[in-house]
Design a protein around this ligand. Structure first.
Ligand code: PHE
Length: 341
């Protein structure tokens, strides 16, 4: 019996070595210690034929063999599991030092970026941002802005009319009227938006473009306030070294009126390609709100005065980004737009 158990153990060791996969380990366990037909189970059943003394010794050795078989198979299964895990780790390995794949996200249009920057400056100076209609009655487009009946801006050659009373606004100055009707002075508003003019499109013109209007009304406001405000505005937009100059000009809704220029943000006034050698860039119109405009909205010009200024965003945007044609801003060509992400 003792030799037989040694033989069994040798047999098992041989079979154990030959197992190369998980399934094999399970089969080996069933074959040796399976409850019904396991080799050791069967061997146990033969113990009854032995003398009590032999039975004790052989029973003990068989039990040891059984423990040994179970432990070896467990070890083998643990080895297989560890090997499987190691293989999986290699297979699923990722190189965290590789650069990530960039996710294509939407981004803002260059005009929007510029508008937001300008809005932020106005807000930082205590102005509220106002939005208003793009289709206006003649009252907002012309009458309230002191634009006389025979003024060329009223002609259908300059303005897009919808009918006799309605037209697309040709300037954000219409927002002066809305703002003053909506709230009583003192008031400070900035109104960005689209405006429309019957211009033939070319590199510097488009029938639709963007303006921002600034308006301030209070007691005792002077031309000095306008100049100081515009100076501060361009410094915040282009940098503290920027200077401004005012050239007398005429707009029906202001008196006096002036065109504003600022020193070129590229060459700071020395003259370069951007400012065409002059050192100055045109910003837009400005002036002290005309008494007739204040009267049109029921504000007493003896009590309140104010200023307004307007600037165009499109040419500025083109200058800032070095575009040689503003129409690029409206064509929605993705190859152009995706450069601004
Ligand atoms: N609305 C004028 C324009 O479009 C600019 C302007 C605004 C002038 C405010 C005076 C005051 O040219």
């Amino acid at each position: 019996m003792s030799d037989r158990i040694t033989q069994l153990r040798n047999d098992f060791d041989g079979e154990l070595k030959a197992v190369s996969a998980d399934a094999g380990a399970n089969a080996l366990r069933d074959r040796w210690v399976g409850r019904k037909s396991g080799v050791i189970t069967a061997e146990m059943k033969t113990l009854g034929k032995l003398s009590p003394e032999d039975r004790r010794v052989a029973g003990q050795r068989l039990n040891e063999l059984k423990d040994y078989v179970e432990a070896e198979i467990e070890k083998l299964q643990a080895d297989f599991a560890a090997k499987r895990e190691a293989e999986q780790l290699v297979k699923e390995r990722i190189d965290v030092t590789l650069p990530g794949r960039r996710i294509e996200a939407g981004h803002l249009h260059p005009i929007t970026l510029l508008r937001q920057k300008i809005e932020d400056i106005f807000v930082s100076m205590g102005y509220e941002i106002e939005d208003g209609p793009e289709i206006e009655t003649n009252f907002y487009n012309f009458d309230a802005l002191n634009i006389p009946a025979n003024h060329p801006a009223r002609s259908p050659q300059d303005t897009f009319y919808i009918n006799d009373h309605l037209a697309l606004r040709s300037q954000t100055s219409t927002m002066q009227i809305h703002a003053m009707q909506k709230r009583r002075p003192p008031l400070r508003i900035a109104a960005p938006g689209r405006v429309f003019r019957r211009d033939t499109p070319d590199a510097t013109h488009n029938p639709m473009f963007y303006q921002v209007e600034g308006l301030l009304i209070d007691r005792g406001i002077t031309l000095g306030d306008l100049k100081g405000t515009v100076e501060e505005f361009v410094r915040r937009l282009f940098g503290p070294e920027t200077r401004t100059r005012f050239r007398p000009s005429y707009f029906p809704f202001v008196e006096p009126g002036a065109e504003i220029d600022y020193t070129c943000f590229k060459c700071n006034g020395a003259g370069c390609r951007i400012c065409k050698g002059s050192g100055w860039i045109e910003m837009g119109g400005s002036g002290m709100v005309h008494p007739n405009v204040l009267r049109a909205v029921g504000i007493d010009p003896e009590e309140f005065t104010g200023f307004a200024f307007g600037l165009g965003l499109d040419r500025l945007c083109a200058l800032m980004y070095g575009l040689d044609d503003i129409r690029l801003l409206y064509e929605n060509d993705v190859r152009f737009l995706e450069q601004f992400r």
